[in-house]
Design a protein around this ligand. Structure first.
Ligand code: SR1
Ligand code: MG
Length: 435
């Protein structure tokens, strides 16, 4: 039996009847659901089930029938990657479902279809994305995704703009912000794992040892870097600009060459827009630095590395264009009401302000990029891009380069103005000898 979790004093997730599903019980869970049964087709006894969750937190089942397949994602009352010693509230399933509903309103073509949410079982039934692959796994294999940059730029522009005070009325934004402010436990994971633990001794931290021991100690003693991390943390805590996905790494994106979908918004919370933008860019850069560890005699991965940096550059450029286009068109937001700027001087001033805002967003995003890179190398929860490099000396070389970049981005974030500068730094660090 699991304790019920109260959200905003009125909603309950999990409860006396909550039970972690398994490959047999998931069929009993789905069979009474009319839409799920229709989507699957045939008798429940003919359905096949596979548990495929390889993330850090949840159970994920793929169920297939004669007509098609669906996914059932269920929250566990603890952190899957650690075990029952780290309990975690089931209400994250509620926040994920709520976020997915809002993302569906903003960018329906870029998220999975939602079929059903079961509050008691903390489980969501969703579209099976096939033949999509988790992008992180594709980046390890050297697969190119021609639409990735444009699609994630569009996802970020649409979801961030439409949930901000530029795109949604204050009444709606305040109500949503109040609701998601209860996603406290998952936000605390981000606060600790991204902004604090890599800069202090913590039982949670992991790094490639002994190769990274010195650099880990140097991070813990680096005052300018710790100030940068804390300034970014303060921004994450206090600047509720828009509803963030909250965990927009390449493991939260599934894609084919022609289609991209963003999954897993259980860390959704109102925060600084740069956080999502930085999460995506950080994971591209981690993939970039990991390529040296995946190179073989037959494939040195040089052209693939260049493609990753092309994707980084296109992503930022397209995000800026799409976000500004939405703002120019005007949203339903209460900030910057167009009639206030209807005369010539007003229009010029507003246009200049929009460009200043994009420059500020760039600085924020670059800082978060650095923080999101460092946490995956020095803290808990690493990335497969690097972990799959089994030769630890080879992996450490990639990680040292990524950490050098992470620090440069965090400390120097306000000095950059073009995404091409970020590319240049990555290319330079990739060529430098590693101590
Ligand atoms: C304990 S959860 C660890 C990490 O997994 C998720 O993907 C988030 O990034 C979180 O920080
Ligand atoms: Mg996730």
């Amino acid at each position: 039996m699991t304790e019920q979790t109260t959200i905003a004093g009125s909603r309950f997730v999990g409860g006396v009847d909550y039970k972690a599903l398994n490959e047999r019980s998931v069929i009993d869970f789905l069979s009474p659901l009319h839409n799920a049964s229709t989507l699957l087709g045939g008798a429940p006894s003919s359905w096949t089930v596979r548990e495929v969750g390889d993330g850090n937190l949840n159970l994920v089942f793929i169920v297939k029938g004669s007509n098609g397949g669906i996914v059932v994602k269920q929250a566990l009352p603890y952190v899957r990657m650690v075990g029952e010693s780290w309990p975690l509230p089931l209400d994250r399933a509620y926040f994920e479902h709520e976020a997915l509903k809002i993302q569906t309103l903003a960018a329906p073509h870029l998220v999975p279809k939602l079929y059903h949410f079961d509050t008691m079982q903390a489980a969501c039934v969703m579209e099976l994305l096939e033949p999509h692959l988790i992008v992180r796994k594709g980046l390890i294999k050297g697969i190119r995704y021609p639409k990735l940059a444009a699609d994630i730029a569009e996802f970020c522009a649409l979801t961030l703009f439409r949930t901000s005070d530029l795109g949604s009325p204050a009444s709606e934004k305040r109500e949503r912000q109040a609701r998601f402010s209860h996603n406290i436990t998952l936000s605390k994971i981000t606060e600790d794992l991204v902004f604090t633990d890599p800069y202090r001794l913590s039982d949670m931290n992991l790094w490639t040892t002994p190769q990274l021991d010195k650099i880990a100690a140097a991070f813990r003693a680096d005052a300018p870097l710790k100030l940068a991390a804390q300034e970014l943390k303060w921004m994450f805590l206090s600047r509720g600009e828009a509803l963030l996905h909250g965990d927009l790494h390449t493991g939260s994106i599934m894609a084919t060459e022609t289609n991209t979908r963003v999954i897993d918004p259980e860390f959704a919370v109102f925060g600084p827009m740069g956080f999502d933008l930085g999460a995506f860019m950080a994971n591209l850069l981690l993939a970039f630095f990991a390529q040296e560890g995946h190179a073989t005699e037959r494939d040195d991965r040089q052209s693939y590395r260049a493609w990753i940096l092309d994707t980084l550059e296109s992503f930022w450029t397209l995000f800026g264009q799409k976000f500004l286009a939405l703002w120019n068109k005007g949203g339903d937001g209460d900030a910057f009401l167009p009639p206030l700027f209807a005369d010539d001087t007003g229009e010029v001033a507003l246009e200049a302000y929009r460009h200043m805002t994009m420059a500020r967003l760039f600085h924020d995003a670059i800082g978060f990029t650095g923080a999101k890179m460092a946490r995956r190398i020095l803290g808990l929860a690493h990335v497969e891009d690097l972990e799959s490099i089994t030769d630890t000396d080879r992996r450490a070389k990639c990680e040292k380069r990524a950490l050098k970049m992470a620090r440069a981005l965090m400390v120097g974030r306000n000095s950059f103005s073009e995404i091409s500068e970020i590319r240049d730094i990555a290319e330079t660090i990739a060529k430098e000898p590693v101590a």
